[in-house]
Design a protein around this ligand. Structure first.
Ligand SMILES: [Zn+2]
Length: 316
């Protein structure tokens, strides 16, 4: 299965330029990328000036030309292939989309509760997003993308000595490769931000846990951030308790009425367990959450609810 649009878009942010041409946009996002423009993640670019000729078999990329159709009053596009002659080109195949960096930065800042404007430190590569409130403390957040060899020196100069800040990088791979002594620890955006109904949701605990995990001896570890696994396992256990309470009530309800008490939504679970919706989603997907996933499935099945005999014992 291809990754979700948000993950695909984040990965493309590390490419230069962060564009999707028609064919790959269709493969990644389906027939119409407009909903992602509405979400603020993509913007439409002028049509591509090149196309690939598949007619003569060598897949050569060549310039397209437009001719004005006087009768229809619109431009027509042609690929004047050097080998097999001119072909009409479907204008949709020339569509081009770019990741909307500015609007994604605005969404990151909004989710993290940062006011004011971001400061661009290295053109198109590195921004100071401002200070985010993380519980009782504040942490400066930077965002970097596609920091390749020729931008590295400039980025390092801006970030040197910012050990208490966090550097958000689009994807896991880039964050894992980031190293700068005395600089901020890098965290993948998707580790701390997830798509929400309106924009993005920020999970400050996840950010702190990533910082502590990436740099156990660093300043990020000193505030009482529990190790990431510990935090996650604790949350999974809390969710298991909420779900088993629900299952006991649902069994009594089903025995009396033969009807399924609706399973709580992830949002309701989050409220009852005192965590964010992002937490619930992460816990449900955690490899260690087999018991939680089992109860999650049971709660949606009347027969299994009727047979509910309490939490399975975890011998040893
Ligand atoms: Zn050709």
């Amino acid at each position: 299965m291809s990754p979700d649009p948000w993950t695909t878009i984040l990965r493309r942010l590390d490419d230069d330029p962060p564009w999707f041409y028609a064919e790959e946009a269709r493969a990644a996002f389906g027939k119409d990328a407009t909903p992602l423009v509405v979400r603020g993640w993509l913007k439409r670019m002028p049509p591509s000036g090149t196309a690939t000729c598949w007619s003569c078999g060598d897949g050569a990329v060549q310039r397209v030309v437009s001719l004005w159709d006087e009768k229809e009053r619109l431009p027509r596009w042609y690929l004047p292939c050097r080998r097999c002659g001119p072909h009409p080109v479907d204008p949709e195949s020339l569509e081009c989309w770019a990741v909307d960096v500015d609007r994604i930065l605005a969404q990151l800042r909004l989710a993290a509760g940062i006011r004011g404007q971001p400061t661009e430190l290295v053109e198109g590569r590195l921004w100071d997003l401002g200070r985010a409130g993380l519980g009782r403390r504040q942490r400066r957040l930077y965002f970097g993308r596609a920091i390749h060899d020729r931008h590295r020196a400039a980025a390092h100069a801006e970030l040197a000595g910012k050990a208490k800040a966090a550097l958000l990088l689009p994807a896991d791979g880039a964050a894992a490769r980031w190293r700068l002594d005395g600089g901020p620890v890098a965290v993948a955006v998707e580790a701390a931000f997830a798509p929400a109904a309106d924009g993005l949701a920020f999970d400050p605990d996840a950010l702190e846990a990533c910082l502590a995990e990436a740099d156990p001896a660093g300043p990020a570890a000193r505030p009482k951030a529990a190790p990431r696994r510990g935090t996650r396992l604790d949350k999974i256990e809390r969710l298991v308790r909420v779900l088993t309470d629900h299952l006991a009530a649902a069994r009594d309800h089903a025995a009396a009425t033969r009807r399924l008490l609706p399973r709580p939504t992830q949002k309701q679970l989050a409220l009852q367990a005192g965590m964010s919706g992002v937490d619930v989603s992460r816990c449900l997907h955690d490899p260690a959450a087999r018991e939680l996933r089992l109860y999650w499935a049971v709660a949606d099945d009347l027969d299994q609810v009727l047979n509910w005999r309490g939490r399975i014992s975890r011998g040893g």
